[in-house]
Design a protein around this ligand. Structure first.
Ligand code: OTU
Length: 645
């Protein structure tokens, strides 16, 4: 426990020392220093209150706090003028990311276009799609061979030399920004690679750097921890620890053995990582994807996931960003129970969050042709802080985990475990009559747990339909792809397209011939971007053209109607178990969205429209025509988007 005015008293003591250290800068740039002072005073309490709860009992807490403040000031002094300009813009329009004009895309630099200069040359393609947000998958130095698609980082300051340099990254960020596109990068902060300088020092026996990780000489502690841990990548190694004979230690490796978990119980790790984070901010990153947030704090006897200290640490990182790089926002990547996902979403923690529940339940609805779980879950869980936003997606570089709540399912009379089994059978194609061609990921025979890999198109039925040359099935697959995308475009939040999906890219099994990839089925949905396919993008006699033009139409509808800004959304009961519906509530308009998740016609009564209409005037945004409020039939997988006037 500490006195209530501890933050103010600490600030009064520490700030003059920081000012003294930056005397020259203050004199040369008084206004700029003034801005920093304002940002620091405005966020110091948040920073202090988070850190003292995590580190307050360490004898040298104040020393660390002072070093952190100095590091923040140094980073601010180094922050380029154009980014400080952006800081101002974002401070005057803090809800910019809620605009209906926001559309996201994500890709791997090497697979998409070879290298960073290749990405630069593809800006016209991003603009054609309407992107305003580009997430480039991890692009920093990483071990040769296996590196978890770049999620094992050996240096946060060096771009992987195969794809470019730090300067090229900075230039690309600026060029994207000029084109109205925000650069999004990962902050892989739960772990570094085993080849990071800190890990190398730890391996060579440096006790200071051994404190950067969790290292144990024998199995006693690992065994004790493992009693309550879940296995994340059981295919690679059982449990959470790996034995490294060179240092004769068990090292905490939640994911792969070459990904060493950082020890945030050590305040030096927090400060070091805050500096790495600000380095990314100063390179021009506007949105930081916080990877694997759930795992950053460990405590024996717990699951070591989603612990209160994990939240405090993210709040502290967030305060650092508000102080030294205020334009930069956080996006949480927590693919966990929906109750836990929600806890990261706060203006002072993560302003943005993936919406893994919506993602999983869109696929669940396609498999079952029923929308009850989707409707019930979204009803209870879609609403979040008005100052935050969802990032809605149908596919990403990862597997699909069935992270719905067993309680939600239970209320509908479904057994969560059995339902997940069904979904896994369905999406691996084992279920009789399934249209999907996915692969199992990290199937765990001990728990029956399994996740699903596969591209959007393959999971939606296109691969199988094309193999069978079944026109009708191809048609249905295209409709499924567009249906789930139409939801993410309109439901509220930033829609995020996994690039390649806009061209209906199917699975690529070539990863099976690559010894560094064969053990990780996620590579089946990470093919090289097929630029040849883009030639078909406006040819609507091909599935590629139908998906691309269909998606572009949805993008246009979203961008042209401010009712799709923000996330004021009411999930409605359509009275039809196959039809998902919601109402978007804008400042002066409303939109009614209906989505038929079955391959059969579905009736919708006019009463439903009347219920949500004002004066019964509807415009069908897809056709531009008036929509009469009479009983009607929805065609298979039809999506209806009505502007209500
Ligand atoms: C994340 O995913 C990344 O998205 C993955 O690509 C990485 O492999 C991993 O971290 C390690 O950096 O387990 O299957 O519940 O929240 O952190 C994906 C775990 C994952 C997830 C998530 C993790």
């Amino acid at each position: 426990s500490f006195p209530l005015d501890a933050a103010e008293r600490t600030f009064a003591r520490l700030f003059p020392r920081v000012e003294a250290a930056f005397g020259e800068y203050r004199q040369s740039f008084p206004e700029d220093w003034e801005r920093f002072t304002r940002q620091l005073t405005g966020n110091f309490n948040a920073l202090f209150n988070a850190l003292i709860q995590v580190y307050g009992d360490q004898y040298d807490f104040y020393y660390h706090l002072e070093s952190l403040l100095v590091a923040l000031a140094e980073s601010w002094c180094r922050r380029p003028a154009d980014l400080k300009h952006l800081d101002r813009l974002r401070q005057t329009e803090p809800m910019w990311f809620q605009s209906n004009r926001q559309i996201g895309g994500v890709c791997y630099v090497d697979l998409f276009s070879g290298d960073l200069s290749g990405v630069m040359s593809r800006i016209p393609y991003f603009k054609e799609l309407g992107l305003t947000y580009l997430h480039l998958m991890p692009l920093f130095k990483c071990p040769a061979g296996e590196n978890d698609g770049g999620y094992a980082i050996s240096s946060y300051r060096d771009v992987n030399p195969d794809i470019g340099s730090m300067q090229e990254l900075t230039d690309l960020a600026a060029k994207l920004r000029e084109n109205g596109i925000s650069l999004v990068l990962d902050f892989v902060f739960n772990h570094t690679s085993h080849e990071h300088e800190w890990a190398l020092k730890a391996r060579s026996g440096d006790p200071l750097f051994q404190q950067y990780y969790y290292m144990f000489p024998d199995r006693s502690k690992p065994d004790a921890y493992e009693r309550t841990l879940r296995e994340i990548f059981p295919d690679e190694h059982p449990g959470a620890f790996t034995w490294f004979p060179d240092v004769k230690r068990w090292v905490w490796t939640t994911f792969h053995s070459y990904q060493w978990d950082l020890n945030y119980a050590n305040p030096e790790v927090f400060i070091a990582m805050a500096q790495e984070m600000l380095g990314l901010a100063n390179a021009g990153v506007e949105i930081l994807r916080l990877d694997a947030v759930a795992f950053i704090w460990k405590q024996m006897g717990t699951s070591c996931e989603n612990l209160p200290q994990a939240h405090l640490l993210i709040q502290a990182f967030n305060a650092c960003a508000r102080i030294a790089a205020p334009a930069m926002l956080f996006k949480s990547e927590a693919i966990v129970h929906p109750d836990e996902v929600a806890r990261y979403i706060k203006p002072r923690e993560c302003q943005l969050s993936y919406n893994p529940l919506l993602m999983a339940l869109l696929w669940e609805s396609l498999a079952t042709r029923k929308v009850s779980l989707l409707t019930a879950s979204m009803r209870g869980r879609f609403a979040i802080d008005p100052a935050c936003a969802w990032v809605n997606y149908v596919r990403c570089h990862d597997d699909i985990g069935w992270t719905f709540s067993d309680e939600d399912a239970g209320h509908l009379g479904m057994n969560g475990y059995d339902h997940r089994r069904f979904l896994n059978d369905f999406y691996t194609g084992r279920f009789e009559g399934s249209f999907a061609r996915g692969l199992p990921f990290q199937e765990n025979p001990k728990t029956g747990d399994c996740r699903i890999s596969g591209t959007c198109a393959s999971l939606a039925g296109l691969e199988q339909a094309e193999a069978e040359q079944n026109q009708e099935a191809i048609d249905l697959a295209v409709k499924r792809i567009l249906l789930i995308h139409s939801i993410i475009m309109t439901i509220g939040g930033i829609p995020l397209i996994y690039l390649g999906d806009e061209l209906a890219t199917i699975n690529d099994y070539a990863f099976r011939n690559d010894p560094h990839k064969v053990q990780d089925s996620r590579w089946v949905h990470r093919p090289s971007f097929d630029w040849k396919k883009t030639e078909d993008r406006n040819n609507t006699s091909t599935p590629t053209g139908r998906v691309f033009t269909g998606l572009k139409k949805l993008v246009e509808i979203r961008k042209n109607n401010s009712v799709f800004a923000g996330h004021q959304t009411e999930i409605i009961d359509t009275g039809n178990p196959h039809v998902f519906g919601f109402l978007r509530i804008g400042d002066d308009q409303r939109a009614l969205i209906l989505a038929n998740f079955s391959e059969h016609e579905q009736p919708v009564p006019a009463n439903l429209l009347r219920l949500y209409g004002l004066g019964y005037l509807y415009t069908d945004l897809l056709s531009g025509n008036p929509f009469p409020p009479v009983d009607f039939q929805m065609s298979p997988y039809q999506f209806i988007c009505l502007l209500v006037a």
